[in-house]
Design a protein around this ligand. Structure first.
Ligand code: DX5
Ligand code: ZN
Length: 229
């Protein structure tokens, strides 16, 4: 996948029907999703468990575009090859997940996948200062990770700092948590280019009635488009 800083909406299947992931992925893509965001939680790094690499591999054939895998797990390194083999285009690990995030990003890139690094709300932008040449995406969490549907935490100052630190490097700034048409303009004006949204995309729709997904995606895109920098 080549680098492209156009505004992207990445629905999180955490808010979709867990018994129907394949059809849900196809439905959101057909309704205008740019990437599909896949939240992996281990019940240790975060207080919730979702699924692992086997589920990602099962989902993969149902996604035509980018599968964006967000690992909320600790430790990370032993599982990287499994997620790469499952067909992840982007594998994102948390800077807080262990003492060796630099090694983790090297290991992700060695698989051929793009490497992302995520920052919890309490972690400063400077935590990635020495990682930017090893990274394809910085994910700024705007909730404490673990659950969908939480209240947005304003991280605009951190996003602006990251945008300046990144300069003209080919590094995405992704925002994850509480993104909806009211919060999207804040983060996009600060410098974000990838918006993860779970509940705000999947609300009101289903595989049988997918049009609300399209309406919800357009509402976020249109709210953000006017302030995109
Ligand atoms: C939170 C996850 C998010 C979450 C976003 O731990 O990483 O991707 O699904 O969900 P909403 O958009 O509902 O906040
Ligand atoms: Zn996520």
């Amino acid at each position: 996948m080549s680098f492209d800083r156009s505004l992207k909406i990445a629905p999180s299947i955490l808010a979709s029907d867990f018994a129907n992931f394949g059809a849900e992925c196809a439905a959101v893509e057909a309704q205008g999703a740019d990437w599909v965001h896949v939240d992996v939680m281990d019940g240790h790094f975060v207080p919730n468990i979702t699924f692992g690499a086997a589920t990602c591999a099962a989902i993969r054939p149902h996604i035509k575009g980018v599968m964006d895998v967000h690992l909320m797990i600790s430790p990370v390194d032993a599982y990287i090859d499994g997620f790469a083999d499952a067909g992840a285009d982007i594998i994102t690990a948390h800077v807080e997940a262990g003492p060796h995030i630099h090694r983790t990003l090297q290991a992700i890139r060695a698989t051929g996948a793009k490497a992302g690094v995520a920052l919890n709300p309490g972690t400063p932008a400077e935590a990635v200062a020495h990682l930017l040449d090893l990274t394809d995406l910085v994910c700024v969490m705007t909730v404490n990770p673990g659950f969908g549907g939480q209240k947005f935490i304003d991280m605009s100052a951190k996003i602006k700092t990251l945008r300046n630190m990144i300069g003209d490097r080919p590094v995405h700034i992704e925002i994850d948590g509480g993104v909806d048409p009211s919060t999207a303009p804040l983060v996009v004006a600060a410098g974000a280019d990838v918006l993860v949204a779970g509940s705000a995309v999947f609300k009101g729709g289903s595989v049988e009635n997918p049009e609300p997904y399209g309406k919800n995606i357009r509402a976020i895109r249109e709210a953000a488009a006017g302030v995109y920098v």
